[in-house]
Design a protein around this ligand. Structure first.
Ligand SMILES: [Zn+2]
Length: 480
């Protein structure tokens, strides 16, 4: 067996190795930053997306599918948006040998593709709120170091929801709904997170304000896995998206967006993993229970038939169960399924068959327990719930331990030198001091805690840069 990197010590190498060895991604595709998805990775991603689709249905979002190409003329309508993306877009300039009259871009995100259509579709106040979403691939020419599922030039599974509203208040209500959806999704993935309101210099190009959801990676750096933006009327004015009010006036709509991607999968892999490989939450695991028959020479009992019977009983109650009947040693099978993160293993040998028992082995704690064959469905369900709960609480403690409140730049620097994580520090609120802190700490300002009631600095705290009274608590971290 190959020597594996340790999750706890060399996370970055562990991640890069694992993602290929368990069959999530093949990085050898000959375009830098673009990867091939493999069946196991897609199966997990599909389970994540199934939950997202059901949340979109529950909240009245309709699914749409827009073309990947956007004419230059549409792309250029919102000035800040172009400025934010112009370095990152791939251009299509020719069709065959002929130069195009109007150049096309490969979508880096779909505002500029969707909004000319929104202006045709949205007519009256009765059309509002208008809520659509799609899950598509988008392209961004990343110049930073690329990393599978995290920083790529083709984001294969980009989720984007776009909404239009008759007032700022209704758009704010939408942001609250987005946060509630995100919370349910995070619980589904057993991922604890924080929400920050981004500073002015780091909001989405064209947004009035941006929120970001971060999780804590094993090496103390943060990963953004969700964003929500309130655009106010910035895009509706540029794309002429108007509706007729009840009194017959014409008003521009207020808009929001909500974005996520395969980074959700990266977060699941990174946060829950350990030195033995992946540990998948039962909610997203393609195989929730693997049953390993352990035949013994000269034993009468049919361990294979016994294992198949158990699998069928589990499948009948909707669990994803698999019997590993390969002709290799049980130890090798344990190794494979532990690497792939299957939450629960059931081992059955001749003695278990005779005594009508089975051994349950948890992937998260590696504990083993003997259960009665006749109670197996109940025991398995109970154990899978316990695994999910344990993954969440383990990750929550890790996140909490990695958020440190400090008063001075020196203290903040110590945190980053030591175990990293997130630093919370008083801030006067000026861009100048915020940017200065980013520079001094060699870290990014994630923003201020959201909702903003949580962002107020305690009385008497001072901005460590200018010495003025601090208005906010600002969060800094080294990020992916
Ligand atoms: Zn200041």
């Amino acid at each position: 067996m190959v020597e594996r990197k340790k999750w706890s010590e060399e996370f970055s190498e562990w991640y890069n190795d694992l993602i290929e060895s368990v069959g999530i991604i093949d990085k050898r595709y000959p375009v830098k930053g673009m990867n091939v998805w493999l069946p196991y990775g897609l199966k997990i991603m599909r389970n994540i997306e199934r939950f997202i689709h059901s949340e979109m249905d529950r909240t009245g979002h309709e699914e749409v599918l827009f073309p990947a190409l956007i004419p230059e003329t549409e792309f250029q309508k919102e000035a800040e948006h172009i400025k934010g993306f112009e370095d990152e877009v791939y251009w299509i300039t020719h069709a065959g040998l002929d130069p195009l009259d109007v150049k096309l871009i490969l979508r880096p995100t779909s505002e500029t593709a969707m909004y000319s259509m929104f202006s045709l579709w949205i007519r009256s106040h009765a059309d509002l709120p208008f809520k659509v979403y799609q899950i598509v691939n988008v392209y961004r020419y990343e110049t930073k170091h690329t990393r599978p599922l995290i920083r790529v030039r083709e984001i294969s599974r980009f989720f984007e929801a776009h909404t239009a509203h008759d007032s700022y208040e209704d758009a704010e209500r939408q942001i609250k709904e987005d946060l509630e959806i995100f919370d349910r999704l995070a619980k589904f993935l057993a991922l604890p997170y924080i929400i920050s309101k981004r500073p002015e210099w780091d909001k989405f190009p064209g947004a009035f304000y941006s929120l970001g959801a971060e999780i804590m990676m094993p090496d103390g750096r943060t990963l953004q896995i969700g964003t929500m933006h309130n655009y106010k009327q910035n895009f509706s004015k540029a794309y002429d998206i108007k509706y007729e009010t009840e009194t017959g006036d014409h008003e521009f709509v207020h808009q929001t967006t909500y974005g996520m991607s395969e980074r959700l999968l990266a977060a699941v892999i990174a946060v829950h993993g350990d030195d033995r490989g992946m540990v998948l939450p039962p909610t997203v695991a393609p195989i929730q229970v693997v049953i390993v028959p352990i035949p013994k020479k000269n034993a009468e009992a049919d361990v294979f038939a016994y294992a198949r019977e158990i699998a069928e009983e589990l499948r009948n109650v909707g669990l994803r169960a698999h019997v590993d009947e390969r002709d290799i040693r049980p130890g090798r099978k344990y190794y494979d399924w532990e690497l792939k993160g299957v939450p629960l293993r059931i081992e059955v040998g001749p003695r278990d068959v005779e005594g009508r028992k089975a051994v349950l082995a948890r992937r998260d704690t590696l504990e083993k327990r003997v259960v009665e064959r006749d109670n197996i469905v109940g025991e398995v369900k109970k154990t899978l719930d316990a695994i999910h709960g344990n993954l969440y609480s383990r990750a929550k403690s890790f996140l909490d331990e990695h958020i440190k409140r400090v008063d001075t730049i020196e203290e903040a620097k110590e945190v980053f030198e030591d175990r990293r994580g997130i630093v919370e520090i008083p801030w006067c609120g000026s861009d100048e001091c915020g940017l200065k802190m980013e520079e001094e700490l060699d870290a990014k300002m994630l923003g201020i805690p959201y909702p903003e009631e949580k962002a107020k600095a305690p009385e008497g705290k001072r901005c460590p840069i200018c010495g003025r009274e601090a208005k906010f608590i600002a969060r800094f971290a080294r990020t992916y």
